[in-house]
Every structure is written in C-alpha cells, then in structure tokens.
Design a protein around this ligand. Structure first.
Ligand code: FES
Length: 155
C-alpha cells in the first residue's frame, strides 16, 4: 500500500502526472494522490465501464474515506462510490449524490463531491489529472484541502 506523500508533478497545461497507468489498471484499483495540495481518490470502476475516475478523497457528508468505497452500478446513474461511513452513493462521473426516492426511482442531487478530469496517456504510460475548475462551491470543498486521505488501498 502506497501513501501519496508528495504533490504530483505539474505540467504547464494544468495536467498533473500522478502515477503509472499500470498502478491503477486492475478492476476496482484505488490510489490516493495529491494534486496541488488537494487530496484525491483515483478509483477504477469495475466492468462494464472499467473507467478511471478522480474525485475528492473525503466524503462531502461527514468526511468518510471514499478511497475505501465499494463501487456499485446504479441504473441510469453509472458507477457510484458507496461511502463506507453512512453508505451515501456518489456518482463517480458527476459527483452527484444518488438516492432512491419513494417511487423507487434513482435521483441525483448535483454538486456534492467534486470530480476532476483524469486521462490515461498510452504513449507515456502515465495517468494525468487536471483539477476541476468549476468555480461554484461543491460540498466536498470544505474537506478537500485539510485532512489527508488514508493510506491507499493498494493497486
Ligand atoms: Fe460519507 Fe457520511 S461520511 S456518507
């Protein structure tokens, strides 16, 4: 298990080199990374999407560690992180809180957990992250610059 102890390398275009693609290539891979002082969780959703996501590491609700979240596929909302503390569902693509309403429909509430841009560069074999530049406040912002995330769950 590796802990993100130093800031990722910044490039001129705002992208930060955070780790090697092979470190997060497995289904359900996790890694804690630090980008410009902000603690993020890199999370690989299981199949079918198998997509890599970068979200604020600390749950907007009360500070739970999303690095340790189970990932659940929610109809119409895609892969969601299920916070280990109170089981809130956070959509990995949009950062919405997702819940089931009284009609059994899955509903999303926007702008809870800030999501960041992430891409896997095949040429260099590196994972690049660019912080969200949305100037609106997201609820997870209040935790993002403070508490360090727990040690990585391993990759
Ligand atoms: Fe994440 Fe409560 S801290 S659901």
């Amino acid at each position: 298990a590796a802990r993100a102890t130093r800031d990722a390398t910044a490039r001129d275009d705002g992208w930060h080199d955070v780790c090697g693609v092979e470190e997060v290539s497995r289904s359900n891979a996790r890694r804690a990374v630090c980008v410009a002082g902000r603690h993020l969780a890199l999370v690989r959703a299981p199949a079918p999407s198998a997509r890599l996501h970068a979200i604020d590491a600390t749950c907007y609700h009360m500070g739970g560690p999303l690095l340790w979240a189970e990932i659940e596929e929610v109809p119409g909302r895609g892969a969601c992180a299920v916070c280990p503390w109170h089981r809130y569902h956070v959509a990995l693509t949009t950062g919405e809180r997702v819940y089931r309403d009284l009609n059994g429909e899955y509903v999303g509430i926007a702008r809870k957990q800030r999501v960041h841009e992430v891409r896997e560069d095949d040429a260099s074999g590196r994972v690049l992250v660019r912080l969200s530049r949305d100037e609106e406040a997201w609820e997870s912002d209040r935790y993002a610059m403070k508490a360090p995330p727990p040690a990585s769950a391993g990759t």
